[in-house]
Design a protein around this ligand. Structure first.
Ligand code: ARG
Length: 252
C-alpha cells in the first residue's frame, strides 16, 4: 500500500514536471520567407506562421518565443534543443519524418516556377531548362527536387535565404526560380520592381519531395506536445481564428 502511494506520488510529480515543460515553447524559424515569416519595417517578426503559432500558444495558454535560425541548421537546432519546435513553412515529407515528429498539416501550398515576364521557358522540363540557371533555397525540398531532376542539364544556384535569391533574380542573374508558391507570389509576382510570371503548372507531386503540407516539427519523443498542438489547431479551425488569420494573408 505504502509503495503504491509512493509510486502514485512519483507518477504525479513526473506528470507535473512534464506539464511544466510546456509552459513555454520556443520556435525555430528562418526569415525572411514572406508572407509566412518575415520582419515588419521596424524589425518585428510577423507572417502567417508567426501569427498562427502565437494563436496556437494563446489557445494552449502557454508562452511562445521565436528564435531565428538559418534554414540549413534548422533541424540540427531542434535536435540540439536550441528550441522546442520548428514553425518555418517546413514541408512534411518522409525523409524529414525520420528525424522529426510533425504536427498535422496547417496549410498545403504547391510549389511553382517563377521567371521574368519575357522568359522563353514555356514548360519547365529538362529540354527547356538545359543550360539555364535555376535558383533555389539551399536545403529545401525545392533544392532536392531541382538537383535530382535538372542538376545534370542546368546550373543550380543555391541560396542561404529566399531574399538573397530574389535579389539575384532582380539583378538578372537567374533564369528561373523554384519556390513554395506563396513566397514567389509575395516576393516576385507582387513585388513593385519585378516583372515576373509563373511558368508551367503548380507542382505537388511526387510526394517524396512535395509531401503533405507544412507542419510544425518536434523532437520525436515530444508526442504529447505535438498532440496538444494538433488539438489547438483543430480548435482554431473550428472557432474561426484560423480562417481569420488565413484571410488576412491569403484572402484577396
Ligand atoms: N517548404 C520548403 C521545405 O520545406 C521550404 C521551406 C523554407 N522555409 C523557410 N522559412 N525558409 O523545404
Amino acid at each position: 500500500r505504502l509503495l503504491g502511494v509512493t509510486l502514485l506520488g512519483a507518477i504525479l510529480v513526473a506528470g507535473a514536471a512534464e506539464a511544466r515543460e510546456y509552459d513555454k515553447v520556443r520556435f525555430g524559424v528562418d526569415v525572411p520567407y514572406e508572407p509566412m515569416e518575415y520582419r515588419t519595417p521596424d524589425g518585428e517578426l510577423t507572417g502567417f506562421d508567426i501569427e498562427l503559432g502565437n494563436a496556437l500558444c494563446a489557445e494552449m495558454e502557454i508562452e511562445c518565443e521565436w528564435i531565428v535560425q538559418g534554414w540549413d541548421g534548422i533541424i540540427p537546432g531542434l535536435l540540439s534543443r536550441k528550441y522546442d519546435a520548428i514553425m518555418s513553412s517546413m514541408t512534411i515529407n518522409d525523409e524529414r519524418r525520420e528525424q522529426v515528429l510533425f504536427s498535422d498539416p496547417y496549410i498545403t501550398p504547391p510549389s511553382a516556377w517563377f521567371a521574368p515576364a519575357d522568359s522563353n521557358i514555356e514548360t519547365p522540363n529538362a529540354e527547356a531548362l538545359e543550360g539555364k540557371t535555376i535558383g533555389v533555397q539551399r536545403g529545401t525540398l525545392q533544392d532536392n527536387y531541382v538537383t535530382d531532376n535538372f542538376g545534370d542539364v542546368a546550373r543550380v544556384s543555391r541560396y542561404a535565404t529566399a531574399d538573397d535569391m530574389v535579389l539575384d533574380m532582380d539583378a538578372g542573374r537567374l533564369d528561373i526560380v523554384f519556390l513554395d508558391f506563396p513566397i514567389g507570389k509575395a516576393t516576385l509576382l507582387d513585388s513593385e520592381a519585378g516583372n515576373y510570371q509563373v511558368v508551367g503548372e503548380m507542382i505537388t507531386e511526387p510526394k517524396k519531395y512535395f509531401g503533405d503540407g507544412f507542419g510544425i516539427a518536434f523532437r520525436q519523443r515530444d508526442e504529447e506536445l505535438a498532440a496538444k498542438f494538433n488539438e489547438a489547431l483543430a480548435t482554431l479551425k473550428e472557432n474561426g481564428t484560423y480562417n481569420e488569420i488565413y484571410n488576412r494573408y491569403f484572402g484577396n
